[in-house]
Design a protein around this ligand. Structure first.
Ligand code: IPM
Ligand code: MG
Length: 354
């Protein structure tokens, strides 16, 4: 197994160090090689996704990513922004299927801002399309144009999907639902956007291939509302790139801390990029207080999806559950009475639990 390790920016290197320790402790036949992605890559090479990183990522079986971004690159030209690196690697590796689970660990029931009875036992999987939509659509830009009788700046992006793009992500959602509660909710904005009318039509057609899975449709504004009103009505939610970006952040907060949530971005052959759902948290970078569990849980997803090693994945997830049960908490999930630990100590605890 060849893994390309991209620690990235902000807290990325700290949390990645713990994930790598966990991976090494599993004693699997693994080769790891590190490279630059994001702001650190811009600083070192001028590009957020340098050639050397591209070579390594293309050759690897899986990519493990910390996080990218930070305020010091906010004023860079668009092609030298850290996010460009992330979008570039997703597109180049064809990672169209982004799986973002939102699970509430019983030990963390009080960490959510919602009432415990609303979120207790929450287990949602958001399946987000990741290489299409308005994120990549052409034409795009900011230009000066003559509009409404005056020369003015004009900003534009293009939302588009082909039916094959929609069908392949719907299939991922239906297959995932078959291993869960057999319910898929497809989210769109068909009352306004033609592109998402096509989404709904193709979702309905694809649903016929999966008569054992219940398919429902929801408009994205209502979905945002239902997620906080009654999140447990959902099992698998599937949606496009932009709606999925927004809804997955919302869903993560139902669980109390985004610091607990891993994600997988897969291509058609289960090659994948695995990263925590959270960002680079520049405000706490370098302080050794970040929660490494989302990255460690991303290692578990990698073992499950790319390496089909359910036993090792289960071991890692079991160890995380154990340390929560033992009361270890980083600042983001701390409650009085628990043991407050830093990034390294949390890693130590997971290693001990393994
Ligand atoms: C995410 C992030 C990215 C996205 C940014 C950093 C480009 O918000 O992975 O959800 O919008 O996809
Ligand atoms: Mg996002």
């Amino acid at each position: 197994m060849k893994i390309c390790v991209l620690p990235g920016d902000g807290i990325g290197p700290e949390i990645m160090a713990e994930a790598v320790r966990v991976l090494k402790a599993l004693d699997l036949k693994i080769e790891m090689e590190e490279a630059l992605l994001g702001g650190c890559a811009v600083d070192a090479t001028g590009s957020p996704y340098p050639d050397a990183t591209q070579k390594l990522a293309l050759a690897a079986d899986a990519v493990l990513l910390g996080a990218v971004g930070g305020p010091q690159w906010d004023n860079n030209p668009r092609e030298q922004r850290p996010e460009r690196g992330l979008l570039g690697i997703r597109k180049q590796l064809g990672l169209f299927a982004n799986l973002r689970p939102a699970i509430l660990y019983p030990e963390l029931a009080n960490a959510s801002t919602l009432k415990p009875e609303v979120v207790a036992g929450l287990d949602i999987l958001i399946v987000r399309e990741l290489t299409g939509d308005i994120y990549f659509g052409q034409p795009r830009g900011i230009e000066v144009r003559e509009v409404d009788g005056q020369k003015q700046r004009f900003g534009f992006n293009t939302m588009h999907y082909t039916e094959s793009e929609i069908r392949r992500i719907l299939r991922v959602a239906f297959e995932a639902a078959r291993k869960r509660s057999r319910k898929v909710c497809s989210v769109d904005k068909m009352n306004v956007l033609e592109c998402t009318q096509l989404w709904r039509d193709v979702a309905t057609e694809t649903g016929k291939e999966y008569p054992d899975v219940e398919l429902s449709h929801m408009l994205v504004d209502n979905a945002a509302m239902q997620l906080v009103k009654n999140p447990k009505q959902f099992d698998v939610m599937v949606t496009g790139n932009m709606f999925g970006d927004i809804l997955s952040d919302e869903a993560s907060m139902l669980t109390g801390s985004i610091g607990m949530l891993p994600s997988a971005s897969l291509d058609a052959d289960n090659k994948g990029l695995y990263e925590p759902s959270h960002g680079s948290a520049p405000d706490i970078a370098g302080k050794g207080v970040a929660n490494p569990l989302a990255t460690i849980l991303s290692v578990a997803m990698m073992l499950r999806y790319t390496f089909a090693n359910e036993a090792a994945a289960g071991r890692v997830e079991g160890a995380v559950k154990k340390v929560l049960g033992q009361g270890f908490r980083t600042g983001d999930i701390f409650e009085p009475g628990m043991k407050k630990v830093g990034t390294r100590e949390m890693g130590d605890a997971v290693l001990a639990a393994l």
